[in-house]
Design a protein around this ligand. Structure first.
Ligand code: GTB
Length: 215
């Protein structure tokens, strides 16, 4: 059975790889699984056919036979469990890698998303400029702690895992802010993730769809 995921027909980021289908593509590439992509427009995402797959009308979704999943974290976890290569065999190391998956999505990503909201959605509010430094400082606090824990290691806990895949993906959302460069160990960590052949294939595949037309 072919695995099919959904992605934006055209991502608003123009191919920077920030939409969450890139994380799923990366996991599938690491696991060596071929996959098909069903591209959906914003209009189609609001239709019953898509809502049957994703209750919140978002991307990505994942379908493998009768199994339909939504939520990137759940999808990446499923790929890691089902296909191997992304979680250690040792039970304790596996549990720690899963903890890093949760940490990426529930501790590190929320303040980063808050920055996007502050810079874009709230930009015209009278208090927007006053709030921005607070949002940035909340991110810095987490990055400082994360950098401290990573130290000089290549990955968060031994070998590369789904925890690193999600953490690198989340940190990549900071690229435009310049904040990553304040933490050289994290900048190098993200660069290591991006240098993985599986990430490069995933990035190239989404770029092929989303790159703005030239000429
Ligand atoms: N918690 C869900 C998950 O992890 O799967 C969140 C899914 C989600 O936010 N999906 C977004 C979506 O479908 C796309 S990835 N949005 C449309 C909607 O909600 O109606 C988020 C995203 C979108 C665009 C950019 N960008 O252009 O830079 C970056 C990230």
């Amino acid at each position: 059975m072919t695995i099919t995921i959904t992605a934006f027909e055209r991502s608003p980021d123009g191919g920077k790889g920030l939409a969450r289908d890139t994380r799923v593509r990366w996991a599938l590439e690491e696991a060596g699984r071929p996959y098909a992509v069903r591209l959906v427009s914003f209009a189609a995402m609001a239709q019953p056919a898509h809502l049957a797959q994703h209750p919140f009308g978002q991307i990505p979704t994942y379908q493998d036979g009768d199994l339909v999943l939504f939520e990137t974290g759940a999808i990446v976890f499923h790929i890691a469990e089902r296909h191997g290569g992304l979680l250690p065999d040792d039970a304790d190391a596996r549990a720690r890698a899963i903890a890093w998956m949760f940490a990426a999505l529930s501790t590190i990503e929320p303040p980063i998303l808050d920055l996007t909201i502050a810079r874009i959605v709230e930009a015209d509010r009278p208090w927007a400029l006053e709030r921005l430094p607070l949002v940035r400082d909340r991110i810095r606090r987490r990055l400082d702690q994360l950098s401290e824990r990573l130290g000089d290691a290549d990955w968060l806990d031994g070998g590369f895992s789904a925890g690193d895949l999600l953490m690198v993906s989340v940190l990549l959302r900071l690229r435009m802010s310049g904040m990553l460069e304040e933490f050289p160990r994290l900048a190098a960590y993200v660069a290591r993730g991006e240098a993985r052949p599986a990430y490069r294939r995933a990035f190239a595949a989404q770029l092929a769809i989303n790159a703005p037309p030239t000429g």
